[in-house]
Ligand binder design. Structure first.
Ligand code: GDP
Length: 364
């Protein structure tokens, strides 16, 4: 096939990989002009599709944002916080204010204390070198909290353009499609504009005062839980509705496995409750600490599934904790968290290398 380029965004057309950039179904090559599926959907349905971008192009793109005067709206997945975090964002967007939005809050139990969650996000952002102007929570899919995000966007942009940035899979397209429907409806005009230095267009949604809201490509973040499991397995790992807590009374030296993805050893002192917040479909298995290593070797991919289709047993990295505060959450990015009741518990948490583990005071 000779090289063909998309009339819409200029990307090289390919017909093999539906998930990759520049995909067009083979039949579309007969059309004049040829456009990639992303541009086709945008033109015909006013719908933005997620596009992945690699680290280098993403950084180039971000540093272009530093050259304009704009508000940056930065979306993270509150369920995969450290996995969806973009390191160094503050440096790349320069002096521009960053509004930090935690998406997918519909997955958290109703009893979640939003203020505690927000202060954890503030604290984590600060530790990771970002000083946002504000932290908000929303569910783009369930349309919760979007109005507040919109009001804050209006307030902080103060007549400037807005750039929406984030990793892939955080819900950026879902959010922007919602805004498109509200702003221009099904038949309005969406502009695209080439951003020099990257292979991709930005998609611009017109705002009331002549400014533009830009969707930027999402960076593929290899630390996201979504990259550690098969696509079908991911559906089990990632909750798709409000999670229901599972309570376990553990004796000293007992272990909980969260499928084959994570492990918590409770060392003591005394008997105590551990509450697991994860996908309702995720298998939680309790065993004695002395049997845990052996069980993992024998049951990985069987009783402890997913993931089940990997030939090689993953190496789990260990983190040791002694909880100080009354109730503490051990958070496994992308998977959920385990609340440890009471003070002064000794535990070890195990996860595959690359998955983030953090500790916070309980948000429930
Ligand atoms: P993008 O790659 O950042 O553009 O993300 P998408 O908008 O394509 O969303 C990625 C996945 O997350 C999809 O399966 C969405 O259905 C899901 N998703 C997006 N927003 C939410 C939300 O607020 N809550 C939940 N539970 N899922 C969401």
């Amino acid at each position: 096939m000779p090289d063909i380029y998309c009339e819409g965004c200029g990307v090289k057309i390919q017909t093999e990989d539906e998930t990759a950039l520049g995909y067009a179904p083979p039949g579309a090559l007969r059309n004049e002009p040829v456009v990639c599926r992303r541009c086709f959907r945008l033109k015909n349905y006013n719908e933005v599709q997620s596009v992945p971008i690699t680290g280098d192009d993403f950084l180039k793109m971000l540093s272009r944002i530093a050259e304009v005067d704009a508000l940056v709206v930065y979306l993270v997945d509150i369920f995969d916080f450290s996995g969806s975090w973009v390191p160094g964002l503050q440096r790349f967007v320069g002096e521009n204010p960053v509004l930090l939005v935690g998406n997918k809050k519909d997955l958290l139990p109703k009893s979640t204390n939003a203020n505690k969650l927000k202060s954890w996000i503030w604290r984590s952002a600060k530790e990771l070198g970002l000083k946002p102007v504000d932290v908000l929570l929303m569910s783009a899919e369930k349309n919760h909290g979007i109005d507040e995000v919109k009001r804050s966007m209006e307030f902080y942009r103060d007549g400037r353009d807005v750039y929406i940035v984030g990793s892939t899979n955080v819900g950026k397209s879902t959010f922007i499609n919602h805004l498109i429907q509200e702003t221009v409806g099904g038949s309005g005009v969406i502009t695209t504009s080439r951003f020099p230095g990257t292979t991709l267009d930005f998609i611009g949604v017109p705002l009331d005062d002549g400014c533009t809201l830009y969707d930027t490509p999402g960076v593929v973040n290899l630390r996201q839980m979504v990259h550690f499991v098969d696509v079908e397995d991911y559906r089990q790992v990632m909750p798709n509705r409000e999670i229901k807590p599972k309570v376990f009374q553990l004796n000293e030296n007992q272990t909980l496995f969260l499928a084959g993805m994570a492990r918590v050893d409770y060392l003591g002192p005394g008997r105590r409750s551990l509450i697991v917040y994860a996908s309702n479909a995720l298998v939680i298995h309790r065993t004695k600490l002395e049997n845990a290593d052996d069980l993992f070797k024998r049951q990985y991919g069987h009783l402890l599934a997913p993931p089940g289709r990997r030939d090689q047993l993953p190496v789990l990295k260990r983190f040791d904790y002694r909880t100080g505060e009354l109730n503490t959450d051990i958070v496994f990015s992308g998977l959920g968290w385990v609340t440890v009741k009471g003070r002064g518990a000794r535990l070890s948490a195990f996860v595959p290398e690359g998955i983030g583990v953090t500790v916070r005071s309980s948000i429930i």
